[in-house]
Write a protein that binds this ligand. Structure first.
Ligand code: SAH
Length: 379
């Protein structure tokens, strides 16, 4: 319960799954069906004042008002890109800020949510990591991002009229390092009394925290994306330092096991591969990747690197991307190339930085380096 305590010291009901709400209502002497009523008010109607929940008795409303809270994140910036991508910057308790991005496409609308303030993994090509790490987001702060976006975009209960059809945990942070809160938030995303998204359309993306991935299949059946980025351990150790602890073979084994636990056995994982010029974008890397993926039912998503200040990495040419794509496609993999969206509002992959009150020393080192290099270019 500590995770859902908010600044007034009251329990915040926003992040509670139906199960947790049922337990809560039972504990205060109410019937469990109150949980579904509350979910509908909050997540479908957008109502956060207990006094407006008119199908509950006055006595119950007063009790809730006195004893618990419903707090949603505070939006400090709401920006729309030329291509329709929209980004919200939200203020979190403690002073840090996180980012959430909505990407509209023809048939779908994807919300990219953050799971942590900053990230502790420090992948060499990701700017979020350079901001250091502050803390995990509570389940209320995670589902709160969907609440804010759903209000802004209109989220109909009717699945055919929805603006938000998909949610991906590809914003700031490593979702599996914040296991319980991410799982609770996922359960709300998929609950018919809350957002009613299909389990195929909620995706947890991980850099490869193997022990957590091994537990994930026991508690949820959302879709899985793995951030691979390299076809061998020597290279992946450099790009994704977590690989030194959990090498590729372990990650492949855990991903396969996760898919094996899902009730419908035709699901595939998504393998994310950020293409960096001269680092991991050569045809031999693609051929090695084909071998590595051999035993994993998957599709591949290629992400041309998005540059950020003080990164020496570069995006490969279109030709190099197409060449890499061809090797995978010819080996039979469904392979998509992620188009860069929202880079004019710094909303593209790897550009989400928020404003992290860093608890590590990484941010200070990075910011010093950026200032020095900007000084140099000005001279
Ligand atoms: N920690 C999780 C969730 C973050 S997902 C994970 O690693 O999967 C963010 C995705 O964007 C990851 O696949 C990441 O590797 C990719 N990414 C990060 N920085 C990038 C950059 N500069 N250019 C392109 N893609 C990047």
């Amino acid at each position: 319960m500590a995770e859902v305590m908010e600044k007034h010291g009251k329990v915040n009901l926003l992040g509670m799954s139906r199960q947790q709400l049922e337990a809560f209502f039972t504990e205060i002497g109410e019937k469990p069906f109150r949980a579904s009523q509350l979910l509908k008010w909050v997540h479908q109607q957008g109502v956060t004042r207990f006094e407006d929940m008119t199908n509950m008795s006055k006595a119950l409303r007063s009790k809730l008002e006195a004893e618990v809270s419903l707090e949603v994140p505070e939006v400090v910036l709401d920006k729309v890109s030329a291509d329709g991508t929209r980004k919200w910057v939200m203020q979190m308790a403690g002073g840090s800020r996180i980012e959430t991005v909505f990407i509209p496409e023809n048939e779908r609308g994807t919300l990219c949510v953050s799971s942590q303030i900053g990230c502790s993994l420090d992948c060499s090509f990701c700017s979020t990591g350079k901001q250091g790490f502050n803390r995990n987001l509570s389940s209320a702060e995670i589902i709160g991002q969907l609440w804010v976006a759903a209000r802004a975009l209109g989220h109909a209960a009717d699945s055919k009229k929805r603006a938000i059809t998909n949610v991906v945990f590809m914003g700031m942070g490593e979702p599996l390092m914040n296991f319980d809160n991410v799982v609770s938030a996922c359960s709300l995303m998929m609950d018919d009394f809350a957002y009613g998204l299909s389990k195929r359309r909620v995706t947890i993306s991980t850099a490869g925290l193997v022990p957590a991935l091994d537990r994930l299949g026991e508690v949820t059946d959302v879709s899985l994306a793995i951030s691979l980025h390299a076809p061998n351990d020597t290279l992946r150790d450099v790009l994704v330092p977590l690989n030194r602890k959990y090498p590729i073979s372990e990650l492949m084994r855990a991903s396969r096991d996760y898919l094996g636990k899902l009730p419908d056995n035709h699901r595939k994982a998504t393998v994310e591969y950020t293409l960096i010029e001269g680092v991991n974008d050569q045809p031999e890397h693609a051929r090695e990747l084909v071998e590595v993926l051999r035993d994993l039912p998957c599709k591949v998503n290629l992400i041309p690197f998005n540059p950020f200040p003080l990164s020496d990495y570069r995006r490969p040419s279109r030709n190099a991307v197409m060449r890499f794509h061809r090797v995978l496609a010819e080996a039979g993999y469904i392979t998509t190339i992620r188009t860069t969206r929202g880079d004019d509002i710094d909303a593209a992959c790897g550009q989400l930085v928020g404003q992290v009150e860093d608890r590590t020393r990484r941010q200070a080192r990075y910011i010093n380096a950026v200032n020095i290099s900007e000084g140099e270019t000005r001279l």
